[in-house]
Unconditional design. Structure first.
Length: 135
């Protein structure tokens, strides 16, 4: 139905907002110089990473198990791929924070770039454009 389609479209827009916030927080973590961090800073980074990782995981689950209307299956698949990309990025960022290496940081940064590309592609979906141009 039109109502279900509109409702799902609104959920995807909300998820994009949450993914953008996860992106921002992962970017901040990856920009930090952990080689010179003291124990308090390391603890704070660890706590932030745990929180971001939990949010990425919960959001990925929410997106994966949300039932889209038939007309939104393509958009739903795109949202799932994007959420999985951010979850992978969170895992790689966590791995880098726990065992710092230049290679690990590079992998995490590349993973985040891929997630950002996925999110931008999702944002450009024609399903989401139709609502923003109507306002």
């Amino acid at each position: 139905s039109l109502w279900a389609t509109e409702r799902y479209r609104e959920r995807v827009q909300q998820w994009i907002g949450e993914l953008t916030e996860i992106d921002r927080r992962l970017t901040v973590l990856l920009e930090q110089d952990i080689d010179d961090a003291n124990s308090t800073e390391l603890y704070q980074q660890s706590q932030e990473m745990q929180d971001v990782g939990e949010k990425a995981s919960a959001l990925e689950q929410q997106i994966t198990f949300a039932e889209p209307p038939v007309s939104m299956v393509g958009l739903a698949e795109q949202a799932k791929v994007t959420a999985k990309a951010y979850l992978e990025s969170a895992v790689l960022t966590s791995r880098w924070l726990n065992a710092p290496s230049e290679t690990g940081k590079q992998e995490a940064l590349e993973s985040l770039e891929q997630a950002q590309l996925q999110r931008k592609e999702l944002e450009r979906s024609r399903w989401l454009q139709s609502s923003t141009s109507a306002h």
